[in-house]
Design a protein around this ligand. Structure first.
Ligand SMILES: [Zn+2]
Length: 329
């Protein structure tokens, strides 16, 4: 089977594998899905399978062609990847290149990463080629934002959707491939929300645990309403401004754990598995409605991040509202 480097995504893999085996690949694909799900690896594996010198339907990974693809040095594979905009010139170059017959192997593969970055002129230029590429060519567009592509581009490609992966699969992967311990793997899998790339990033981020500890400390401190002024905690959020979404997610996970434990008394369902004692303790001190209100407040503040609400004001209001919930009878 090709695509063993891509975690989960069984439906997409089967679809492509079957097409490879029957030699029924589409001329153009659109791999669509969130950052971190493996779109690029999947495209590279498809390219390797198509260009492999030994196998017809999967990369052998040891032939000259497979090795050159993994070192990014195969004349039959072109990858377009830009930080900001993919300009029409780059698309014109692709169109010119695609007309030249392959001289290495029988196929040519083009991968355009973040195809939504192709400007309008470029998208229009690409249309005709997408409709009728030479039969030796396969074009693979990758995108997280299908809506930024012309509908005529989308309709000329076969769409392959990549979905979030189950937390069990991610946990298994972190433990077995990344040598994480069980507790850590479970927590990170839960935080990743089913996104493998995010899970690996969190695992490798040494500051992750420290941030997490700080957030939990703030959440537990806030319960001491008589001693702590919520507003004093604002400096932490200012310092962590660049990680604010993650920080608010941590907070939500903390209150979610309190809620889950309060309702079920089952520690198997919680995310912050290394904080069982603190959760049991916290859950005894706060009632369910208050927890729900607090989660709602944090969620609202998280939504505000995307609008024009001023950062400082947004966090300040959140902290004051949380404190208000905690102090009311
Ligand atoms: Zn090979």
């Amino acid at each position: 089977m090709a695509f063993e480097r891509v975690l989960g995504q069984e439906k997409a893999k089967q679809n492509l594998q079957r097409a490879l085996e029957k030699d029924e690949l589409a001329h153009a694909y659109l791999f669509e899905g969130a950052e971190g799900l493996g779109k690029k690896n999947m495209a590279l594996d498809l390219a390797s399978a198509l260009l492999c010198e030994r196998n017809k339907d999967k990369p052998c990974r040891i032939c000259n062609s497979c090795l050159r693809i993994s070192s990014g040095n195969h004349s039959g594979l072109k990858i377009i990847e830009e930080e900001k905009v993919i300009k029409v010139d780059e698309i014109r170059e692709l169109i010119k290149d695609i007309q030249l017959k392959p001289y290495e192997g029988k196929k040519k593969v083009y991968i355009i990463c973040d195809a939504d970055k192709i400007n309008m002129q470029g998208q229009n230029a690409l249309l005709k080629t997408l409709e009728e590429p030479p039969q030796y060519a396969t074009i693979i567009l990758l995108t997280t934002k299908r809506n930024s592509l012309l509908s005529t581009i989308v309709s000329r490609c076969q769409t392959i959707r990549l979905n979030l992966v189950s937390l069990e699969i991610i946990k298994y992967y972190l433990v077995n491939e990344k040598k994480a311990n069980e507790e850590e793997a479970q927590k990170i899998a839960a935080f990743s929300g089913g996104n493998v790339g995010k899970a690996v990033k969190l695992l490798e981020d040494v500051a992750f645990h420290e941030r997490m500890e700080n957030v939990i400390k703030i959440c537990t401190d806030l319960m001491n309403v008589k001693l702590i002024k919520a507003i004093d905690k604002i400096s932490f959020f200012e310092e962590e401004k660049s990680n604010i979404e993650e920080i608010l997610d941590f907070m939500i996970s903390w209150y979610r754990d309190l809620l889950v434990y309060k309702e079920t008394e089952n520690m198997d369902l919680i995310i912050n598995i290394d904080k069982k004692e603190e959760i049991a303790f916290g859950a005894r001190r706060i009632d369910i409605n208050k927890i729900r209100d607090i989660i709602f407040i944090i969620q609202k503040s998280k939504n505000n991040l995307k609008s024009n609400v001023q950062f400082h004001l947004n966090i300040e209001v959140m902290l004051l509202n949380i404190q208000e919930v905690l102090t009311k009878w």
